[in-house]
Design a protein around this ligand. Structure first.
Ligand code: CAA
Length: 391
């Protein structure tokens, strides 16, 4: 295998939560015209974790079908991307490693840069596989998006995990060089260590996203990337699905193209099916957009896809991938649709209880109510240790 051999996404699977809050229920509670949610931000519902679900249980649930299909022997690295970290020291991926029975001869690490970290994990994985194409890397991006109750960010919450197996000769998408990169020190969205919920300057964050998109695109072109017209579809980070429409309109404008609504819908319409019902899943969001495109789009064989990863604070990356012939035989469309359809609706009061739940920091034994019907659960916090179990 040479340096130029194809490396990319060999398998992709996502998981989400036990519960769902519809925007209809949120609108009824807060007196908002439903048009603002359904049309204005493009959201129908948002995933709500059960008391015994978190980034580890979702990450393990997303990754289990991948290890079941491909085995674990070649996995020597697990990269866990999140901005919902559960520990300042231990990587959440170590719990997943244990739940999935991965080999001890593997390295596990957690990385962070807001919603961009899933892409950082992917790029690190590509480098490792390029160094030794016999190895595979399990990338997990898992997040719970949480803002204060009653705040403007509340309708843009959600939760999900995406797991991807990065390998040589991939079955789904070959990832290409170059990447376009952009970093700027802005305070558009952040979460200090002492807070459970994020702080955001909502309208500033939209501008920061568009600036970062523009900067990463310009760098992509300077690095010798493809022309805009070569792409068949674009997977954007989707904090809410309307953001992808705003972003694509901005990119077309920057490139001097017509900002025709039908063309924007053609380029991104198939990428929003999961995000519109799951909500913001931070690091996982852009990869949910990819799952949606592959699961719902027309035949994309040999077509180029543009990826626009944005993480507040901020870092952005624009890169390209090409869809591999035969990819449809490897998709998990039915499982993905089931992951969304199986969620149980909760009313605003129940969602509010789950939202406000937190563990006492007293070091005592705190069992967690049995709620999830997923494969893994957080069973307890005991002497400051999180105890997970297979259901
Ligand atoms: N019918 C149809 N549309 C309506 C409507 C109605 N009845 N009422 C309002 N709208 C439209 C508005 O015109 C507006 O559309 P445009 O943006 O196209 O003008 C849209 O609905 C939203 O309305 P507002 O701007 O008035 O809404 P808001 O002030 O409550 O804020 C928000 C919206 C900024 C997205 C807020 O929900 C928020 O702060 N969310 C969290 C931050 C976020 O997601 N930022 C995205 C970029 S940062 C990022 O990408 C990283 C990340 O993951 C966080």
């Amino acid at each position: 295998m040479t340096q130029d051999a194809a490396i990319g996404i060999h398998d992709l699977s996502f998981a989400t939560t036990e519960f769902v809050l519809t925007h209809q229920a949120l609108a009824a509670h807060d007196g908002t015209d439903i048009g603002k949610y359904h049309v204005g931000i493009g959201q129908q519902s948002m995933s709500v974790p059960a008391a015994d679900e978190d980034i580890v249980t979702m990450g393990a649930a997303a990754a289990a079908p991948i290890t079941a299909r491909h085995g674990t022997d070649q996995i020597r690295t697990v990269v866990f991307a999140t901005e919902t970290s559960i520990d300042q020291s231990k990587a959440a991926g170590v719990y997943v490693h244990s739940l999935l029975g991965l080999p001890s001869s593997a390295r596990v690490v957690e990385i962070k840069q807001a919603c961009y970290a899933g892409t950082a994990a992917l790029q690190f994985a590509l480098g490792l596989v390029r160094r030794d194409p016999s190895q595979r890397v399990l990338v997990i991006a898992s997040d719970v998006s949480k803002y204060d109750l009653g705040s403007p960010g509340e309708p843009t919450q959600g939760a999900a995990a995406v797991a991807m197996l990065i390998a040589a000769d991939p079955a789904l998408v070959r990832i290409e060089d170059p990447s376009g990169l952009y970093t700027a020190d802005v305070m558009d969205f952040w979460r200090p260590n002492y807070r459970d919920t994020a702080l955001v300057d909502g309208h500033e964050s939209i501008n920061a996203y568009l600036q970062a998109l523009e900067g990463s695109w310009k760098d992509y072109i300077e690095q010798g990337g493809r022309a805009l017209g070569e792409f068949s579809a674009f997977c954007y980070h989707q904090p809410f699905t309307k953001m992808a429409y705003k972003a694509h309109r901005h990119l077309l404008h920057v490139c001097g193209h017509d900002t025709d609504a039908a063309e924007i819908t053609r380029a991104i319409g198939h990428t929003t099916a999961y995000n519109t019902v799951v909500g913001n899943s931070y690091t996982a969001s852009m990869y949910l957009a990819l799952a949606s495109l592959l699961d719902h789009g027309e035949d994309l064989t040999d077509k180029a896809i543009g990826f626009i990863s944005y993480g507040s604070g901020s870092v952005a990356e624009f890169f390209a991938g090409t869809v591999v012939p035969g990819y449809r035989e490897h998709l998990r469309t039915a499982e993905h649709q089931e992951a969304v359809a199986r969620r149980k609706p909760v009313d605003y009061a129940r969602y509010g209880e789950l939202h406000e739940r937190s563990f006492p920091a007293d070091g005592g034994d705190h069992p967690v109510p049995r709620e999830t019907s997923g494969p893994y659960r957080l069973a307890a916090l005991s002497r400051h240790k999180r105890i997970y179990e297979v259901r």
